[in-house]
Design a protein around this ligand. Sequence first.
Ligand SMILES: Cc1ncc(COP(=O)(O)O)c(C=O)c1O
Length: 396
Amino acid sequence: MGQSFDEIVAREARCFLPVVQRMPVALASGQGSRVRDVEGREYLDLTAGWGVTALGHSHPALRDAIAEQAGTLMNVTNLFYSLPQLELSERILAVAPDAITRCMYVSSGAEAMEGALKMAHRATGRTEFVSTTNSFHGRTLGALRVIGQAKHRDAYSALIKGSTVVPFGDLDAARAAITEEIAAFVVEPVQGEGGVHVAPAGYLAGIREVCDATGTLLLLDEIQTGIGRTGRWLALEHDDVVPDILTLGKGLGGGVPIAGWFCTEAVADTVSLGDHGGTYAGNLLACAAANAVMRVVEEEGLVERADRVGAAVMQRLEGFAAEHPDRVKDVRGRGLLVGLDLADAERAAGLPRAALERGVLVNLTAGTVMRLFPALNIPEAELMDGLDTLLEIVAA
Ligand SMILES: Cc1ncc(COP(=O)(O)O)c(C=O)c1O
């Protein structure tokens, strides 16, 4: 306590691995969509921990569920049956397509992708994957294998077998690449990190058809889009498409690390005992948190809310884009995952810092895209005020 920001920066410069360009602020506490820094300054948080704190900061139901589980039983490993994991599986299967019947939990999105890729290989016996340009699936070696952004993969390419990467949204290119050699086509229904690109209508359904024709699995990465973010429990509902394997993470735990993959009976039938596992797989604290998130999202109608509030945000941004065609290249998004693609890369780069100075935390992705993915329960007036501040900066 009592540390100034400058002291924290100096101490940390001696010990943190410099792999992240930090914003010049040290956050100390948060309530709802407001956070405070170590010097007591308040900010509106439109980043929600990269889409993780779906219920905002310190939601009482989430806090209480974690505290209760922490005082009961925290980790027993998957060697034993446990109720929080079972309850979570039933909750997730209730909102997933009927064909998805099996669940496995891990601690991060990248790990979920690793497991999903292993399953795709197991189920098909094939070793090749197809993914899409600008995609993001995590930073472990397996996830990097299917990532569609060279900047994340290139330094490690000697360690990773390549995959075929086709332009996101181009069904003909996908058709040409998906053959009987391909284990899975890996895709996000809305690319988040890659710049908020929404799959065009019919794209995922078309991919499903090609996958069915070639015996290729469809692996849908909903780590960023799942659990209400796009105004549906799962973004796949927008496209009415059923994957063979689905991954979830981020908002699922509301801030506690939990992710998972979920698959059809046909995929599950091909695994053997010992095919996957992990010390924290099904961790009780994480499952209790995820149960609380799922319960609150349902009780507070946050899925429908994301749809409605997201539409209002899109309308505001589209109005702004029409008034300032010189400043905005594009407005894209679904629900509360929205991107404003800015025309000028240099000005875009300065936006997060300028916003910080005006009390708003916002994330820039893909170089020019102001990405908004606030808590699903962010008060609408606060969100619109924050948006006005951001748009003033963009227009200035
Ligand atoms: C679509 C998608 N997949 C996978 C990941 C990796 O998740 P994690 O950072 O939890 O490993 C992310 C993270 O941003 C993501 O957005």
